[in-house]
Design a protein. Structure first.
Ligand SMILES: Nc1ncnc2c1ncn2[C@@H]1O[C@H](COP(=O)(O)OP(=O)(O)O)[C@@H](O)[C@H]1O
Ligand SMILES: [Mg+2]
Length: 365
């Protein structure tokens, strides 16, 4: 859904140049994104990104924009102009504009001649994901991550995801617990290991870093001329975390040989080839700054992010499909099954995954 006239009114709040028009832009699913066109006094035209922030997903807009301002201001000090997002202030100097209907708007400098691709189509795309998100972490390695707000509280707190699972089993709202005993047993058998990353952060063995938490290919702008990752975008979920959160989630979705909701489980595997492709890109930029403990945590992250995701799908299935949008009955259960299949496969391949990380880390250190 888009609302061009509300966007046009909001566009007037950003910058003092003559506003021309706004149109829906891009394929984001969380915020409403527009391109807003302006004309300068000398006649040249340009566009900005204008977004209506999804206030339902992100209730704390002040905290959210403080995170984004903090991180992008910092990046601007160390990288080139097209390598970071730039927040355009509203007329009152704030990082967003609150319209009379209660909608929050923000604007960014439009990074031209670069494209956000929707789908990983070849190994090189996945490699680029690794390079870009590894570099993003590297550039922010010295940023005071503990100052960032948690825009989605407990996002990768795997133990708290387990608490939600226990509650859903106990409530058995949809009367489905009996049917999924095997999946419940699979999850519970792994509960003890679920806390390794959060515990590592709590006891200081894993540094608190800036993590992106939405590490999809379409959140990277790829330069049209060079084909290289130009800028990491979509910083709404930038939060304090462990580097293995981002690494792990990338492996979860990108190294799987099948879709997240594939029903033929024989097609679902964690490809060691794809694991290597991503780890190669990621470590080419991240290996130099990662601690030994962080390097060791990457494979745990892959397994844990996948387990956590499966646990969330199972929880939602037990609760009657209230959180994730479903397109068929059992959709959440199908998703849970692919994730658990991947977890089992990662457990079987753990030694190989660790060997790959070790080999590639040595290559780039
Ligand atoms: N600064 C920017 N310059 C150019 N394009 C951008 C910029 N920011 C966002 N986009 C485009 O808008 C799309 C949606 O933006 P994004 O912040 O990812 O929204 P969502 O949170 O809804 O995914 C991106 O996939 C990209 O195509
Ligand atoms: Mg996005």
């Amino acid at each position: 859904m888009s609302d061009i006239s509300a966007a046009a009114r909001a566009a007037l709040q950003f910058g003092s140049d003559e506003f021309l028009y706004a149109e829906p832009y891009g394929e984001g699913h969380i915020n409403e994104t527009y391109a807003a066109y302006y004309r300068k006094a000398d006649g040249t035209e340009y566009r900005n990104i204008l977004q209506k922030i999804n206030n339902y997903v992100f209730p704390d807009v002040d905290g959210l924009m403080e995170n984004i301002k903090g991180v992008t201001d910092y990046l601007r000090g160390i990288v080139g102009e097209r390598e970071t997002m730039t927040v355009i202030p509203a007329a009152d100097g704030k990082a967003y504009y609150l319209d009379p209907d209660g909608n929050y708007w923000r604007s960014y400098v439009f990074i031209e001649n670069a494209t956000a691709y929707q789908k990983i189509e070849k190994d090189e795309d996945f490699f680029t994901c690794g390079v870009s998100f590894g570099r993003f972490q590297q550039q922010l390695a010295d940023y005071p991550a503990h100052l960032l707000h948690e825009t989605i509280v407990n996002f990768h707190n795997t133990p708290s995801r387990y608490e939600a699972l226990h509650a859903a089993i106990a409530a058995d709202k949809a009367g489905r617990a009996a049917e999924v005993q095997e999946q419940i047993a699979f999850a519970l058998a792994r509960e003890e290991s679920a806390g390794v990353l959060v515990q590592g952060m709590a006891n200081g063995t894993l540094p608190c870093r800036v993590t992106h938490n939405d590490t999809k290919l379409n959140n990277i702008l790829i330069d049209d001329a060079t084909g290289k990752g130009q800028c990491v975008i979509d910083l709404d979920t930038v939060m304090p975390g462990a580097v293995a959160f981002d690494f792990g989630d990338c492996i979860r979705f990108g190294a799987s040989t099948a879709a997240e909701d594939e029903t033929d489980l024989s097609k679902v595997e964690m490809s060691l080839h794809l694991f290597r492709v991503f780890a190669d890109g990621y470590l080419s930029t991240a290996a130099p700054f990662l601690t030994e403990a962080e390097l060791d945590s990457l494979v745990d992250g892959a397994r844990l992010m996948t387990l956590e995701c499966g646990v969330r799908f199972l929880t939602d299935y037990l609760s009657g499909d209230v959180y994730f949008r479903i397109h068929r009955p059992r959709h959440n259960l199908d998703r849970c099954l692919t994730q658990f299949k991947l977890v089992a496969d990662m457990e079987a391949k753990e030694a190989e995954m660790r060997a790959i990380v070790k080999e590639l880390a040595a290559k780039y250190r």
